[in-house]
Design a protein around this ligand. Structure first.
Ligand SMILES: NC(=O)c1ccc[n+]([C@@H]2O[C@H](COP(=O)([O-])OP(=O)(O)OC[C@H]3O[C@@H](n4cnc5c(N)ncnc54)[C@H](OP(=O)(O)O)[C@@H]3O)[C@@H](O)[C@H]2O)c1
Length: 317
């Protein structure tokens, strides 16, 4: 692959999902850098998000293809003239990417595939191979690394989303800050264990920066983040931005308790078991590195802890 490659014709799967919309926004902010921006979306989304899709067509010249991503003929046709594919498909659709990757490899125009990652590093350590939530993404990586001939790939590994990390979870034991009630649960025995976070807006920025640096991004994971902090530092920032008084209801969930909650959730097949496992991994330090790859992709300007806390307070009021 020539290093002079620049993506000009991009197709997105899952473009209006939780994280896809941030990736799409970041790309559309530099619309002139691309010839074609194409969204492949389901009939359900086309109906539910009709106004948004109409607006994207009208104001940003986004091409919207409505179809079933399991319809190989429809996907093959959608790939015509596309050089780069960004998938932001949700957890329920991770393995559906495998046929999409094989079709991309067979396409005469598609050169680069970014599978749906944007989260916890699924190859952080040897133990990562056993983690239940990682299995489907690992299977996707195996296809990209072993079964395709020409296709380049990049895994954009961002760690947990700061916006979601600070939000008070439905199960208060798994962490978060409840601004209205001034209640918080900090993960870890003392809240001083570091955790690396990326805001959802920054996921978009970092994917766009990845597209701008294909020569360093091909055939590897890029481990990026917005900032590294601790639950105690997040808590101090919430207190600072809510008047400077200590919050009265502050609890801690130790790693051993987090493991119990996680194990119970898997035993009883609760849908939030995946989330509990990920929070346990983050609390164990599974988001931390000596160095980040932000510099490789031009060190784009990113958000800070102050921004994240301010936004959470704004949304709670
Ligand atoms: N780091 C973190 O803290 C964190 C948090 C959440 C998610 N993530 C990661 O981000 C990626 C995207 O997740 P998300 O929450 O943004 O996804 P999502 O909003 O649940 O889904 C994104 C899109 O995928 C398509 N889709 C979803 N489920 C599908 C199914 N079962 N079959 C077919 N299509 C389906 C839909 O698009 P169309 O209808 O347009 O086809 C949907 O809008 C995942 O890899 C996830 O693990 C990371």
């Amino acid at each position: 692959m020539a290093t002079t490659f620049k993506p000009r014709n991009v197709l997105l799967f899952g473009a209006t999902g939780n994280i896809g919309i941030y990736i799409l926004d970041a790309i559309l902010a530099v619309r002139e850098e691309f010839d074609r921006i194409v969204i492949f979306t389901s009939q359900t989304t086309a109906t539910l998000k009709k106004n948004l899709l109409d607006e994207l067509r009208r104001t940003k010249k986004v091409e919207v293809i409505v179809g079933d991503l399991q319809d190989e003929d429809a996907v093959r046709k959608a790939y015509d003239g596309i050089d780069t594919i960004i998938s932001a498909l949700g957890r329920g659709a991770i393995t559906l990417q495998i046929p999409l990757i094989r079709l991309a490899d067979a396409s005469p125009t598609v050169k680069w595939f970014l599978p749906s990652e944007y989260g916890t590093d699924i190859k952080y350590s040897p133990a990562s191979a056993q983690e239940k939530p990682h299995q489907q993404k690992l299977a996707v990586r195996a296809v990209l690394e072993n079964d395709v001939s020409e296709l380049a790939y990049t895994y954009v590994v961002t760690g947990p989303y700061a916006d979601m990390y600070v939000h008070f979870a439905s199960n208060p034991e798994v962490g978060g800050w409840d601004v209205k009630s001034k209640k918080a649960t900090l993960l870890g025995t003392d809240g001083n264990g570091p955790v690396s976070l990326t805001t959802m807006k920054d996921v978009g920025t970092l994917v766009r920066a990845t597209l701008e640096h294909p020569s360093v991004a091909f055939k590897r994971a890029l481990r990026v983040n917005s900032f590294t902090t601790t639950p105690s530092q997040i808590h101090a920032e919430f207190e600072r931005q809510t008047g400077g008084q200590p919050w009265t209801d502050v609890r801690y969930t130790s790693l051993s308790r987090l493991r119990e909650v996680e194990s119970e959730a898997w035993k009883t097949e609760k849908p939030d078991a995946t989330g509990f496992t990920l929070r346990r991994i983050w609390t164990e330090g599974g988001t931390l590195y000596d160095q980040r790859d932000n510099t490789l992709i031009g060190e784009p300007p990113l958000q800070t802890l102050v921004d994240v806390v301010a936004e959470e307070i704004r949304q709670s009021s």
